[in-house]
Design a protein around this ligand. Structure first.
Ligand SMILES: Nc1nc2c(c(=O)[nH]1)N[C@H]1C(S)=C(S)[C@@H](COP(=O)(O)O)O[C@H]1N2
Ligand SMILES: [Mo]
Length: 326
């Protein structure tokens, strides 16, 4: 995306680089156990891998695959999907979110749903998880930078939330507001974007069954770097519309400003539908590289209209000039 590095950019020490005391102490206790040979018959390597597992174990998230939304493309390896990320609140390098997002506290977590609705509500993450049945859907995510991934996401259609809160007739758009916490997000120290990161959809886009309120991926809860504990996935739009770590959802009358539109209005429009015929001022959008599969010298893949979801979503934009409304 647009990266403006401060000319005097200094790398600040981030709190997440300091190992929490609890971990240091559990490590010390573990090494004592190893020294004492406390776990009889267990090899050192096995003990080490068990400990590594105990510290990194992701929480499983059960969901039934919805075959109507399973893309046939090969899935992106978990390793790539969780180490090559855009999450500017944790830095602008692709590797930074995986390194620094450990500091994000995803519980307790609440999401306020407010604005033009008959039933405004604040839901904690566990209640939000129970609003509808969780489904697994394999979607392609296409970043405006020219790469894509294929990921088995877990969530339910955002339409379920719309049904629950009953928007009034004034609700024409939905704004998504994400966390901006200076304590845990080292990236906020740089004015790369106008924090908090916000995004928006027209109400019919938000209500489209493809729009997924997402809690997990690859059978587990979302890793922090992928937007835990709850994010949006809007698969026919460029990746930046899929806001991570959402704290508020506002139903509004007017088209909301968005962080990327504020930062560079001529480069990032409100709609940002994937469109191989409308280039970004600095990049062609006609083709893409699949992360984890395509090397630097591999011929790029053609990008598909609406990222391959044309049949499902083209009707939302009938009669609109997509060059003008980019
Ligand atoms: N809060 C927040 N959400 C965000 C971003 C961000 O910087 N902050 N980056 C966006 C961009 S540009 C992309 S391509 C996707 C990347 O999602 P992934 O890392 O899970 O692949 O998240 C989007 N959501
Ligand atoms: Mo992106």
């Amino acid at each position: 995306m647009l990266i403006k590095r401060p000319s005097n950019g200094i790398d600040l020490p981030f709190p997440s680089e300091i190992t929490p005391r609890a971990i240091v102490e559990s490590r010390r206790a573990f090494m004592q156990k190893v020294a004492l040979g406390a776990v009889a018959g267990t090899g050192l390597m096995e003990m080490l891998s068990r400990e590594a597992f105990a510290q990194n174990a992701a929480t499983k998230l059960a969901a039934k695959s919805n075959s109507a939304y399973v893309l046939a493309d090969k899935q992106t390896p978990y390793k790539d999907a969780t180490t090559y990320n855009n999450f500017y609140e944790f830095g602008t390098d692709k590797e930074s979110p995986a390194r620094y997002a450990k500091s994000l506290k995803t519980r307790p977590w609440t999401v306020r749903i407010e604005g033009e609705v008959n039933k405004p509500m604040t839901l904690d993450i566990d209640s939000l998880l129970k609003v509808a049945t969780l489904e697994e859907r394999v979607y392609r995510l296409r970043c405006v930078e020219g790469w894509s991934m294929v990921i088995p996401w877990i969530g339910y259609s955002f339409a379920e939330i719309i049904k629950k809160v009953e928007p009034t007739s004034n609700a024409k758009y939905v704004e998504f507001v994400t966390l901006a916490d200076k304590e845990s997000m080292n990236g906020l120290r740089r004015p790369v974007l106008d924090w908090p990161y916000t995004e928006g959809l027209r109400i019919d886009e938000a209500n489209h069954p493809l729009t997924l309120l997402t809690f997990g991926m690859y059978g587990e809860v979302l890793p922090n770097q992928n937007g835990a504990p709850v994010r949006l996935i809007v698969p026919w739009k460029y990746g930046f519309k899929s806001a991570k770590s959402i704290v508020a959802i506002r139903f509004v009358k007017e088209q909301p400003r968005t962080s990327w539109n504020r930062a560079a209005p001529s480069e990032y429009g409100f709609f940002s539908n994937v469109n191989p015929q409308v280039d970004h001022p600095r990049w062609s959008q006609a083709s893409e590289r699949r992360i984890g599969e395509d090397g630097f010298f591999t011929k790029k893949r053609p990008t598909l209209m609406f990222n391959g979801y044309e049949q499902q979503v083209a009707s939302l934009y009938r009669g609109m000039d997509l060059k003008k409304f980019y």
